[in-house]
Design a protein around this ligand. Structure first.
Ligand SMILES: Cc1cc2nc3c(=O)[nH]c(=O)nc-3n(C[C@H](O)[C@H](O)[C@H](O)COP(=O)(O)O)c2cc1C
Length: 173
């Protein structure tokens, strides 16, 4: 099996993180993998906003959970020590696909480095909430950008859940 295939097949979403932070080098490689994703007409419409300060992570958690009416949930990104928000102008018609590919690349590179990740949809889901939007702007997300996906990053604290796949391939020969 190729190293790429092995990486794809063994990556899993992590929902329990230790407090250990990524090194600057690891974070740099993960972001680089995102930046090298393909994008429609090579527009690269995205911005990656990295949040690591415990204070800002806690503010984001509180604001997004409040908007979701889910304050009883401990953390919408499982207390991961890093959250990368991927945003782009929504009027770029390939933006959602572009951002998804960037996130996919980042997940695979994180896995390659022995780190853990999980796509987090909470910020995207609540992006029209006024308080969420104000906080995103304060954290550096451009006002004309929508957060189209986010990535929790860190190191796994415990084993991963097995996740089966459906066989939905149609072969016409
Ligand atoms: C668009 C998208 C949104 C997702 N949103 C969340 C989320 O908000 N929280 C979460 O725990 N997992 C989220 N996930 C992760 C999926 O649940 C996960 O990829 C799926 O169950 C397959 O498991 P695996 O990644 O371990 O293979 C999301 C994945 C995608 C692609």
């Amino acid at each position: 099996m190729s190293a790429v295939m092995e990486n794809i097949l063994t990556r899993r979403s992590c929902r329990s993180y230790s407090a250990k932070q990524l090194s600057e080098e690891q974070l740099g490689l993960i972001l680089k993998a995102g930046l090298w994703a393909p994008s429609g007409m090579n527009r690269q419409p995205w911005q990656f906003t990295v949040v690591q300060s415990p204070e800002n992570l806690a503010r984001l958690d509180k604001t997004v959970l409040k908007s979701m009416g889910a304050q009883e949930r401990g953390s919408f990104f499982y207390h991961a020590p890093t959250l990368v928000m991927v945003s782009a102008p929504e009027d770029v018609f390939t933006a959602a696909a572009d951002c998804a590919l960037a996130l996919g690349n980042m997940m695979l590179e994180a896995h390659e480095l022995g780190a853990a990740s999980c796509w987090i949809h909470g910020v995207t889901r609540t992006r029209d909430d006024r308080e969420v939007r104000e906080l995103l702007t304060e954290l550096g997300v451009p006002p004309e950008h929508a957060v189209l996906g986010s990535l929790a990053l860190g190191f796994a604290d415990g084993p991963y859940k097995e996740v089966p796949r459906k066989d939905v391939v149609v072969l016409r020969k």
